[in-house]
Design a protein around this ligand. Structure first.
Ligand SMILES: [Zn+2]
Length: 81
């Protein structure tokens, strides 16, 4: 399931669950999406990340650019930079 934040042409925001992105596309194509505040069917996905499970964790910090001017033979990042 994907929770999308949708936005109508009057700048109303609302949330709706979909099985997948294809269901959103088909409902929009059939006019099945409407703003609960004004009934406007001109709705689009608001710009935000979809709320999906299993999002990847933040990438680990990269190795520092360099250790000392003499080299980094003893450094834990030896060979990485
Ligand atoms: Zn609206």
């Amino acid at each position: 399931m994907i929770l999308y934040t949708l936005r109508c042409s009057h700048d109303h925001h609302f949330e709706q669950w979909f099985s997948n992105s294809a269901e959103y596309d088909s409902m929009k194509a059939e006019g099945g999406l409407a703003c609960p505040e004004c009934g406007d069917k001109d709705v689009a996905k608001a710009i935000m990340a979809p709320n999906v499970k299993g999002a990847p964790a933040a990438a680990p910090a990269p190795a520092p650019a360099a250790c000392t001017p003499g080299g980094c033979g003893m450094c834990q990042f030896a060979g990485q930079h």
